[in-house]
Design a protein around this ligand. Structure first.
Ligand SMILES: Nc1ncnc2c1ncn2[C@@H]1O[C@H](COP(=O)(O)OP(=O)(O)OP(=O)(O)O)[C@@H](O)[C@H]1O
Length: 334
């Protein structure tokens, strides 16, 4: 067994055929996942990849057909009824369309989550105030969801999800319905909660920005499977990584007479040494940046470039590697 707060092994979920003509859909096809305490883990994938189904299996909103799911050391797949409901209190969830009660105020929506867990009235009042303060919404306590912006609605969703002091927060495309600025403010809030409360976050998204801004680990999901998974900075160094390509897009490969085209990735402190001028100066060669950039990600400083170097590039490649960069010779297919 691994030691993640969320441990998933061999998870599989199929949906039955609706009619004789509909084939069975394999939504999740054997996923293993371990999310460490305090991590922010993003699952990326196109529509239909199986992300929602995977997330809904983590709190048993969907029952998997096979595999195991443990959260905080509790194996959920074996639980039912009251014990499952109790375990779910340790798992908060936020949604793309917020799922608020329109007839209740902001405070009432948050209080509702406390009512269902049996928190006494007096304590509820204090806790609601604390939670609204935590998400920066104290001044709108008496407003109704219809009077709130999308970002404010999501803040209510977050306050409600944290009511029972969960260790884990599941986020189902929480920023997909928001404009870029509001997305930013919600992502900042999630990162802040992750740091202040030690909250472990598992999120699904189709937006690369979300991975850039808040994820330290990520997986790419396709046809119900993880095609890659790991620390964002590790994935970045794999030449075949889709995540690396999406985070740091490079211009298409083109052959250059008398030169070699190389792809270089750097992370951590290595991203900030003046590597390219250093190699050019030390070896007295011209190094041309064809494309790429260095950025500050939630996972740390990181960058990727496609370079043109003279001749077979052997000396440059050797030097870059000696300074901690990961280097691969680019080819026609890349
Ligand atoms: N309740 C259901 N009944 C039948 N098929 C379903 C059901 N829910 C999902 N599916 C199918 O399972 C597959 C995975 O869907 P899922 O919603 O998990 O993917 P997703 O990556 O979250 O996509 P999206 O972002 O569009 O929701 C799809 O082919 C979908 O049509």
């Amino acid at each position: 067994m691994g030691s993640g707060v969320i441990e998933i092994k061999g998870l599989r979920k199929t949906y039955g055929a609706k009619g004789r003509r509909d084939p069975q859909v394999v939504a999740v096809d054997g996923v293993d996942l371990s999310v460490g305490e305090g991590d922010v883990f993003g699952v990326l994938g196109r529509s239909g990849a199986g992300k929602s189904t995977l997330l809904r299996c983590v709190n048993m909103l969907e029952r998997p057909d096979a595999g195991t799911v443990s959260v905080g050391g509790v194996e959920l797949t074996t639980l039912n009824g009251r014990r499952l409901r109790a375990a779910r209190h340790g798992i908060g969830m936020i949604h793309q369309h917020f799922a608020l009660l329109s007839s209740r105020t902001v405070a009432g929506n948050v209080a509702f989550a406390l009512e269902v867990t049996g928190v006494p009235r007096a304590e509820r009042r204090t806790r609601v105030a604390e939670l609204l303060d935590l998400v920066g919404l104290s001044e709108r306590a008496g407003a109704y969801p219809g009077q709130l912006s999308g970002g404010q609605k999501q803040r209510v969703g977050i306050a409600r999800a944290l009511a029972a002091r969960p260790k884990v927060l599941l986020s189902d495309e929480a920023t997909s319905a928001l404009d870029p600025e509001t997305t930013d403010s919600i992502l900042r809030l999630l990162l802040d909660l992750n740091r202040r409360l030690g909250l472990t976050i598992l999120l699904i998204t189709h937006e690369m920005t979300v991975v850039k801004r808040i994820c330290r680990s990520a997986a790419v999901m396709r046809d119900g499977r993880f095609v890659e998974s790991g620390a964002v900075t590790d994935l970045l160094h794999r030449p075949e990584s889709e995540l690396a390509r999406d985070l740091f897009p490079l211009d298409p490969f083109a052959e250059l007479p008398g030169q070699t085209v190389v792809d270089v990735s750097v992370s951590g402190e290595d991203a900030d040494i003046p590597l390219l001028t250093e190699v050019a100066r030390t070896l007295d060669v011209d190094v041309r940046v064809l494309s790429g950039s260095v950025e500050t990600l939630a996972a740390g400083r990181a960058g990727r470039w496609r370079l043109a170097v003279p001749g077979d590039g052997a000396a440059v490649i050797h030097h870059l590697r000696s300074r901690g960069a990961v280097v691969a010779v680019a080819e026609a297919s890349s």
